[in-house]
Design a protein around this ligand. Structure first.
Ligand code: FES
Length: 86
């Protein structure tokens, strides 16, 4: 057991279900919504933005280095396409 002074330190492990991965912070869009949009729109970014509202406010989630989301919108689209074609 880890301790710090007189206090025990208990590590906290947080598991995300893949469907709960946050893709757009501004519009609170999660991966499952992107997966559903990809089923209809393929990898058409603009159609997926229109369908989900993801990426329509600050546009951070469209950038590779966005630290506001678990998975960027382009990465979520690529992941959904890979899952659907498997
Ligand atoms: S995080 Fe997606 S538009 Fe701001």
């Amino acid at each position: 057991m880890l301790t710090k002074g007189k206090h025990a330190i208990f590590p906290i492990i947080i598991y995300h279900k893949e469907s709960d991965l946050l893709v757009c912070s501004c519009m609170e869009v999660e991966y499952d919504a992107i997966l559903e949009a990809v089923k209809t729109h393929g990898d058409d970014l603009e159609a997926i933005k229109d369908a989900t509202d993801a990426g329509t406010v600050c546009e951070c989630c469209l950038e590779d280095d966005c630290d506001k989301v678990d998975l960027t919108l382009p990465a979520a689209i690529a992941k959904a396409k890979a899952e659907l074609s498997a």
